[in-house]
Write a protein of this length. Sequence first.
Lengths: 457, 484
Amino acid sequence: MPFIPHTPEDVREMLERIGAPDTDALFDEIPAGLRTAALQEIPPALSEMEIGRLMSARAAADGRRLNFIGAGAYEHHVPAAVWAIVTRGEFYSAYTPYQAEASQGTLQLLYEYQSMMASLTGMAASNASLYDGATALAEACLMAVRAHRKSKSQRILVPASVNPTYRQVLQAIAGNQNLAFDLLPYDATGGHTTVASLEKYRGADITALVIQQPNFFGTLEDVDALTDWAHAAGMLVIAVVNPTSLAILKPPGEWGSKGADIVCGEGQPLGVPLSSGGPYFGFMTTRLEHVRQMPGRIVGRTVDLDGKQGFTLTLQAREQHIRRSKATSNICTNQGLLVTAATIYMSLVGPHGLAQVASACMERSAELVDALTRVRGVRLAFDRPRFHEAVLLLDRPVRGVLEALAARDIVGGVDISTQYPALGNALLVCATETRTGEDVATYARVLSEIMQNAAAA
Amino acid sequence: MQEKLIFEHSRPGRSAEAQYPSATAAAQVPEALRRRTPPRLPEVSELQAVRHYTRLSRLNFSIDTHFYPLGSCTMKYNPRACNQYAMLPEFLARHPLAPESTGQGIMQCLYELQEMLKAVTGMQGVSLTPMAGAQGEFAGVAMIRAYHKARLDFARTEIIVPDAAHGTNPATATMCGCTVKEIPSLPNGDIDLNALHAAVGPQTAGIMLTNPSTLGVFERRIGEVAAIVHAAGGLLYYDGANLNAILGKVRPGDMGFDVIHMNLHKTFSTPHGGGGPGSGAVGVGERLLPFLPLPLVGFDGQRYRWLGEKDLPQSIGRLSAFAGNTGVLLRAYVYMRMLGREGMHRVSEFATLNANYLMAGLAAAGFELAYPGRRAGHEFIVTLRREAREYGTTAMDFAKRLLDFGFHAPTTYFPLLVPECLLIEPTETESKEELDAFVAAMVAIREEAQTDAGKLKGAPWTLPVRRLDDVRAAKHLDIAWVPA
């Protein structure tokens, strides 16, 4: 039996001490009618060698391709040291740091993480993570409703240029608590959210405005104007941001004249591989005045009995194990191991390295857009500055093009035509610092062949 | 020896240059959007970063280093194979939105995991997307609400919860827009059926239960509980936190539960990671199949594909940006394949053997059990109220002194019902010698309590820090480093 150390001798001695004739007797409180038969649908056990071979075969069958997808998960170089340290047993197999004295490693790391995220986003306070960017946005909206004393409507303005899956998750999670979401249209030329589109809400009771920067299309929003308008109209501002971009973009804490109120986003770009979709982590930061409304764990620095510096979970009265039905959120287990990776990553790249990564991303994606729009039948959708993603419009359905690219080992982007039908045949592409000039040239060449081979739609 | 903060190792201009991509001058960010001052991230060499975080790791207790009998957390060995095969390069490099044709291998793993979880729990459908137990609970309660709303029964907005329930249960009910009604437990640990009778009615959406309960005992009249709630029109939700006690012996589906969540980071041994990531996969009976959260993996006999809104139009929706904590799911898959059908039975058998053996040992040594007449499931409760009365020592004092003896303390002060309690769960992967050593430590600590209580009250003595000032942490909030 894998992982069970007991010898028959052990079992005998233990049953004797308990006073039971056999292990079956230990289950005698369970009604006989409930006892289940053998689990025939479960296959027989595999040795480690056998499961290793099986998994390797399946992974090999999937293979690797040149990736040009972003859409909320971004391929970045993850330094080798990150996961060498993250998978140390002392981090990997540790529990939530409830016994603080036995968890100073994790707790100090989380404090350092909070410090880095607060500074990166230009805010005063960070939590120790939420599940992912989408659920972080849902929690941010719920938090805005709690924090905004004067607004009663529980109405949140959400631009259509916000990630469509995030908007679905918002509805699934926050819809149950009577929040209402109003969709703001995006500008057809720029792909951004305009102050003009907000005008109809002047004078209405709106709790918050969500601003995603860069937005789902990769376009840079006019964050100062939007933030100031929202504040003047009595709304809180929720920022959804890409952490890599914050190395070179103005952080939400400096948007407009007062800065955003709650900041959230997907932390995956910081040291977490694409991993087929997860685990990732959501980050959340805020003003000091709202910290008691923030969900998730928070680590504080304090002293011990000898006056020595130490770290512990704090403000736990917000959380489910204390407040139960009145908690800020039901979240318990969060994404600790991924935060560990992010903290080590940020320490390795530092402020200048992260700025280099961000700059390289902008550069490569600009090269990509340039190369691909030279292909006949491909043009750029929006004319505003971008970070590292862009929407391309094709003269034929995107799906077929993507399938042809995949057959040539290129994962060319995401078809967003269904989510944004007004755009037509729309393809969202991304290039990070991991794509070389050669990669870009390969994509352009193969795309050109594909577009020439089939007739235009 | 105190560890500095990583920021205190920083020097302007120091860097780990091997990690920098080649980029030319700063990219052309529009003036108005440009960041003016760099973020306060560390400026250290690669060695400094590696040394700092390696040293921090050594300040932790972990399963790999210590016996960790945290009740309700199931701190069993996390097999290294699970990590190695979940992190194969192809799985790590794959973008979740890549075409399905490029992901048949991983989708097969996820599909087979769905099927195996159905089999061990006796449920009809499984969704792997919830990213932790609490999110699984959210999905479960949301599905219950969706079910009643679909039948146009809008009055059912109340969730019944035993007073011994984990805090996530009532917190989840609130997040789903429900109200909570607590019912008491009897002195023997079972639910008060009379109170349950009185509590159910046309307002009842459902009941959230764990079995064995958080008191460590099996709810023997679960059949009656199910009958009462179903007769009143409510549904039964199973909190799978304690599944380790019954895995392979009893199936929640057979107990009458309509929806369950499983904690893959407990029962199926994915790593706790210092606070996650977890996975709260949900299973449902026939009634709730249409409402499962998306996406699911489907199989038509030849190809695997993602099931979405068109396949499940009544789904409660998506709970994550992609498909949940995929890497965690792969680890659970490897674990379940290594256990196989024989291993699945053995989990609860040996978890229960270890718990009952440890309980017998502590009882023989004179410690007071909270439920002395009952079998332990995979965990049990010791109350230290007598020691508190006689020596003035608390459960917290025992817990902190256990750390000095090289054991992570059991769960303390949960469930709230039992005064000065320790909730102890050894799990099946611990040896008899480890359990004996734990009993010996508890005996030694109690002797200290009798002769020199200060040894407990001042504990821990041998860890990187002494007992920490929680009050000060909250009062003088310092949650982010800023330069002097």
